[in-house]
Design a protein around this ligand. Structure first.
Ligand code: ABF
Length: 254
């Protein structure tokens, strides 16, 4: 794994939003005319979509096509003029660009707190290069340090599946899991399950001080549960992580 710090610090501190934009723009510099792209989801990836739209509109990029990782990204990409393809018809995906919720020192990721983990994993996992764009707040010593690790489950028997997920971590101090909910739109109910673009629910797993243990083994045990569709640990998938730092430098980790 190599790492390089680039760019001189600008004067004045950048806001977190500006850091996200810096990382996103740096990733878009890797895009070449004719590429098919995996288009990520989230506030950092949104800056990459805007930049791609600008470059297409100005003619700096003659043509690219994108495979969106969520319905939200599909709408955003359409708005800014990025031509879209279905995953099935996309052929080779040369480069995917997406944010992450956490990045560990081995470039393993937690993704999906925005709820789009399944399409992200399908698309970014089938591409040639997966570039992750983050501000430095996303760097963690261990996955699961800063919030939920999501698991997408089918709605049928979701509470039963939640119980099976809990069993994987039986007796682990500080572990908890719950179904992700959102405020109900209809009167009468206060909270309803969050529903993904695929019509599924999300189980959120919480760890007191991050996940200690063999991530691959934990991944396998979760994926063996009937009812679990996918989880938000992206292990060994990122090929490059672009980190925008508060001091104005950009670190590129390969
Ligand atoms: C998505 O966007 C995720 O999988 C992750 O949940 C999120 C990161 O969002 P943001 O860039 O808004 O912090 O790619």
């Amino acid at each position: 794994m190599g790492s390089a710090a680039t760019s001189p610090p600008p004067s004045g501190k950048l806001t977190q939003e500006e850091l996200k934009r810096v990382a996103a723009h740096r990733a878009v510099e890797l895009v070449e005319t004719g590429m098919t792209l995996g288009l990520g989801t989230g506030s950092t990836a949104a800056h990459a979509l805007d930049r791609l739209g600008e470059l297409l509109a100005s003619g700096a990029l003659a043509s690219v096509a994108g495979v969106p990782t969520s319905l939200k990204t599909e709408a955003h990409a359409t708005r800014v003029g990025i031509p879209l393809l279905e995953l099935a018809g996309a052929g080779r995906i040369h480069l995917s660009i997406d944010g992450a919720d956490e990045v560990d020192p081995d470039l393993n990721l937690v993704k999906g707190r925005g709820g789009s983990l399944l399409r992200e994993k399908m698309i970014e996992g089938s591409g040639e290069r997966f570039v992750v764009i983050v501000d430095e707040s996303k760097l963690v010593p261990r996955l699961g340090c800063t919030g939920a690790v999501p698991v997408e489950v089918v709605p049928f028997g979701a509470v039963h599946t939640l119980g099976l997920v809990r069993k994987v971590f039986d007796g682990l101090p500080g572990f908890s899991a719950r179904l992700r909910t959102v405020p109900a739109k209809a009167a009468g109910a206060e909270e309803v399950p969050f529903v993904t673009d695929n019509g599924n629910y999300i189980v959120e797993m919480f760890f007191e001080d991050g996940i200690r243990g063999d991530l691959r083994d934990i991944s396998d045990r979760l994926l063996r549960i009937t009812g679990v569709v996918e989880h938000g640990m992206f292990l060994g998938m990122a090929t490059t992580v672009i980190v925008a730092k508060k001091d104005g430098t950009v670190e590129i980790i390969n």
